[in-house]
Design a protein around this ligand. Sequence first.
Ligand SMILES: [Zn+2]
Length: 379
Amino acid sequence: MPAEFGIVYPLWNEVLAPRDLLERVAGEVGLDHITVPVITGPWHEFRLVTPLEPERSFATEGGWHFPPVSERYRPTGVIPRTARWTGKRNHLARLCERAGALSLRLVFRVDLRGAACASEQHAHLRMRDAWDDELPWACVAQAELRELLYAVLADLACYEPAGIELADWALDTSTGQAHETSLSWHAGARRLANTCFCPACRQVAAHAGLDADHIARSVRVHTERMLTHPEDDWRGMLAADELLKAYRHGVRPRECADWLTQLSASHPQERQYLLRPVTANGDCTPAGWYPLLDTPAGTTHEELERGILNRTERWEETPTVWGLSLPVWRPTFTDSAALVRMVTQTAAAARLFDLDGVSTALPEAITWLKQAVRFARRG
Ligand SMILES: [Zn+2]
């Protein structure tokens, strides 16, 4: 099965990008789909090419980038917040028409955790760490966040997407455009300190007969030990803690995967992808979902290669559909040859490519993209 190629096309391109950008890229590169981020967290980007000069930068507080149908959300008790830049216009409907005229399939990217963590309205959905401090990201174990996702998918169904990408839908992880800088010198301690003990996570643990208070105490002790004695064998220390392992890697991830499987079964018409950073640890892909590796802004070429090599070997053992979200330009790729090489090498295994950053790069990026797709299709 040949790979499908598409570009990530944010809705604000409808007012900020050169008017014919989509038609030009679709014509020159030969795209199969466009991936449209329809719900995001706060976003800021600098644009090298814009018809609105001297305006160079675009910022949004995030939220719904299309007009939500409020009745869909009434049972959830949440009023979805439309991003202010839209001026309440339906840019998504217009983009769908343009995509239809170009015979492009539509894939919607949903970062509900990013949108939720930016809003005080959703503060009660936030993760809580082992010290009972609030973390700024919504927890995927929360029933209300899950109900909200059901409502979002129902709301988007009228646009007839071919696929849905769910961004950063994972336990104990950060989300959004901003890089996580806290404890950046000890990634292991940071991951452990991000273990969530919100009421929903505690409830899942209690169902499985696990004592969350006891496990939270272990997280505090282990984290402090890792930070004060970073040279010790912390991996061995964590591996020996059976209760902690059951909490972090057993009962909670299993419960989340079961819920995602149910969600997928209720939306059989679309292909569903779980978008996770290429540098993230651990993959658990529930039935009905396909893994999609994301390359967060600022990822170097070396980090990308390491992340891909770590995973592709395992995925080739179990042939499945998976995809790759790749920037087409700097800083990950500094020349066209590197992009061509990466796309060609992975095209044999990846089924979907989301090529990102065309609208914020110099026009040369379109030429790089054209070369990469052409070489990969030639096989
Ligand atoms: Zn939680």
